[in-house]
Design a protein around this ligand. Sequence first.
Ligand SMILES: Nc1ncnc2c1ncn2[C@@H]1O[C@H](COP(=O)(O)OP(=O)(O)OP(=O)(O)O)[C@@H](O)[C@H]1O
Ligand SMILES: [Mg+2]
Length: 264
Amino acid sequence: MSNYLQLYAVDKVFHTKTGDIQALSNIHLNIENGEFLSVVGPSGCGKSTIMRIIAGLDKPSNGSVEVNESELKGIADGAAIVFQKDVLLAWRSVLDNVTLPLELKGITWFDRSNHQTNRAKALELLESVGLKGFENKYPHELSGGMRQRVSICRALIQDPKLLLMDEPFGALDALTREQMMYDLLKLSNKYKFTTVFITHSIEEAVFLSDRVIVMSERPGTILKELPIQLTRPRDNHTRSNDIFSENVNEIRDIFQSQGILAEN
Ligand SMILES: Nc1ncnc2c1ncn2[C@@H]1O[C@H](COP(=O)(O)OP(=O)(O)OP(=O)(O)O)[C@@H](O)[C@H]1O
Ligand SMILES: [Mg+2]
């Protein structure tokens, strides 16, 4: 795999009315092309801050961000984001929500050939996440899991090279969450984008990833980069594989040794 994105000695300090808050300290991170990378860490450790820096939505206070060996300036080209809470527009149908990013890029409804291609692409994506037949519904007519699937389709219609996901399944029930993991793996296999996935769930991180980044409490530092040696495709049997439980336990042990997880 070749290097896609690199964070070098990244610090982030927020200057607030009540004083400075150091969110990140000395983050070195390489992300490889096509890799599925997860970031786990306690609440407030700087996970969303890292994601915003990778996306170019925020700048490091110190250090640098490089994409394909050039310094990142402005918003990262080819990156799409899925947030914890879906941000669908209530007055647009499912289909019109999915095609929205293309319209914002100036590919308008007035251009008939693009309109048809965009529509076909949106329908294909919706079908691949089990939403065939829901294209003319409105967000309020969907469940939380369905809305989050629409958000993923809206990110993928941009053909992103990098999909950034900030606890995208956090608000979903356990069963829907599990289904979403399978859907995401299927999509990442089909469209071959690079993924940075932020989660509180150790199991979710190990199940999905090629590599898991384990973070300390604030100021967030990287405690461990753990390569996940599980074969792909990941399926129902993955969780009963010894490597799965070894990796999950290793991450839990790190959090316990840091006092982030305490049994009593
Ligand atoms: N815009 C901001 N201004 C001031 N402080 C901020 C800002 N954004 C984040 N912080 C602070 O930086 C720290 C890291 O925040 P961040 O949102 O990155 O954490 P997180 O790991 O994503 O947490 P969670 O798991 O709860 O989402 C927190 O202490 C937060 O209060
Ligand atoms: Mg966050």
